[in-house]
Design a binder for this molecule. Structure first.
Ligand SMILES: [Zn+2]
Ligand SMILES: [Zn+2]
Length: 349
C-alpha cells in the first residue's frame, strides 16, 4: 500500500450493536487491497434500508446477527491507494459505488453484476458500511466527482442511481407519460431520472399532502391523492408505471393505469405475495419487471448532478454527525424526511 501520511491506524465508527442501538467505537482503519482505494468519508446519506436494519434488525432473509456498520451512500476523498492504483488518485474527491461484484460469474460476464450471486454490498449483513471515518472501495468503483458537487451530493448519487436504473428498466423515452407511486426519496429520484430521459409528464401519487406538494420540486409535473383521483388514474394511459411504495393497492391500481405495450417496474418492497390483474397484463402486453440496485449508473448520475438536471443538495432535509447516527436513523422514519445525511469529516462540505 502506498499512502499519504495523514491516515491513522484507528478510526471512529458508528456501530449498530442491536435493534435501535448504535454506539461509536474505535476500530482499525481498513487495509487497502492492491486494486482498491481508501476513502476518507465526508458524508453518508441515510437510506430506507439502513432504517429497516436499525428498527427491525432485518430485511427479509438478510438478518443482522452481529455488530454492523450501516450506511452506503458515500462521498469522500481518496487518501490511500493500493499497489495497482495510480498515485494520481490521491486527493481525488469521489462517490463510492457500494458494491463489489465478483466480476467472474455468468451474471457479471453478461453485464448483470447487480444480480451477481457472490455480491458483497456495503451495510448488508455481515458486511460493514460507511458510518465511519474510512472505507475501502475498488478503485474503479470510487468515481471521481467535480468540485461543484458537495460530499453529500456525491453520496446521494447512490439513490439517484436507483432512480436511473428504474427509469432505464421502464424504458422511459422522449415525450413519455410516467406514473410513479410514492413521493419519498426514491420516488423523487425516479421522477427526476424519468424527466432527464425525456418524459414530459410525470404523475406522482402519495397519500400525504405535504409530500405531494414537495414532489413538484423534484421531477413531478402533477401529484395526485390516489384515493381521490382513482378515475383520473384509471384513464391515465401511462407509458410506464414505477412503484416505489411496495403497497399492494398502489401496485394493483398502477398496473391498470398503463397503456397497452407499456411497462411496470417494481422498486418498492412490500408484501411477499400479492394478487395481480394477470389477464389485463396478458391482453395489454404489459411488461412487468423488478429492479435491483443498478449497473454502471454513476457516470450518468454524476452528469445529471453536474449539469443541474438533478439538485441533490436540495433533497437534504437534515444533517447529523457520527455521534448522532441513531438520531439520524430515527429521524429518517419520519415521512417528511427526504434525505438525512451524516457528515463524518467535520461538518458539511
Ligand atoms: Zn441507498
Ligand atoms: Zn459475479
Amino acid at each position: 500500500m502506498t499512502s499519504t501520511t495523514e491516515v491513522p491506524r484507528t478510526m471512529r465508527a458508528s456501530v449498530m450493536t442491536g435493534v435501535r442501538q448504535v454506539e461509536v467505537q474505535e476500530r482499525p482503519v481498513p487495509a487497502v487491497a492492491d486494486d482498491e482505494v481508501l476513502v476518507r468519508v465526508g458524508s453518508v446519506g441515510v437510506c430506507g434500508s439502513d432504517v429497516h436494519y436499525y428498527t427491525d434488525g432485518r430485511i427479509g432473509d438478510m438478518v443482522v446477527t452481529g455488530p454492523l456498520v450501516l450506511g452506503h451512500e458515500v462521498g469522500g476523498t481518496v487518501v490511500a491507494v493500493g499497489r495497482d492504483v495510480p498515485e494520481e488518485r490521491l486527493g481525488q474527491r469521489v462517490a463510492v459505488e457500494p458494491q463489489r461484484p465478483c466480476r467472474r460469474c455468468r451474471q457479471c460476464h453478461a453485464g448483470r453484476m447487480n444480480l451477481c450471486p457472490n455480491m458483497v454490498f456495503y451495510a448488508t449483513p455481515p458486511v460493514d458500511g460507511a458510518f465511519c471515518e474510512y472505507v475501502t472501495a475498488p478503485a474503479d468503483f470510487a468515481h471521481p466527482v467535480p468540485d461543484s458537487l458537495s460530499d453529500a451530493a456525491a453520496g446521494l448519487l447512490e439513490p439517484l442511481s436507483v432512480g436511473i436504473w428504474a427509469a432505464h428498466k421502464a424504458q422511459v423515452g422522449v415525450g413519455d407519460r410516467v406514473l410513479v407511486a410514492g413521493a419519498g426519496p426514491i420516488g423523487a429520484m425516479v421522477a427526476q431520472a424519468a424527466r432527464a430521459r425525456g418524459a414530459t409528464e410525470v404523475v406522482v401519487t402519495d397519500l400525504v399532502e405535504s409530500r405531494r406538494e414537495r414532489i413538484l420540486q423534484f421531477g413531478a409535473t402533477r401529484a395526485l391523492d390516489p384515493r381521490e383521483a382513482a378515475a383520473e388514474l384509471a384513464d391515465l394511459e401511462a407509458d410506464a408505471f414505477v412503484d416505489c411504495t411496495g403497497a399492494t393497492p398502489a401496485v394493483q391500481s398502477g398496473i391498470r393505469s398503463v397503456r397497452g405495450g407499456g411497462a411496470v417496474v417494481l422498486v418498492g418492497l412490500g408484501a411477499e405475495e400479492i394478487e395481480l390483474p394477470v389477464q389485463l397484463i396478458a391482453t395489454r402486453e404489459i411488461t412487468l419487471t423488478g429492479t435491483f440496485r443498478y449497473v454502471d449508473t454513476w457516470p450518468r448520475a454524476i452528469e445529471l448532478a453536474r449539469t443541474g438536471a438533478v439538485d441533490l443538495d436540495a433533497m437534504v432535509t437534515a444533517r447529523y454527525d457520527l455521534d448522532s447516527v441513531g438520531e439520524a436513523l430515527e429521524a429518517d422514519s419520519d415521512p417528511m424526511s427526504m434525505k438525512a445525511v451524516v457528515d463524518v469529516a467535520g461538518g458539511p462540505r
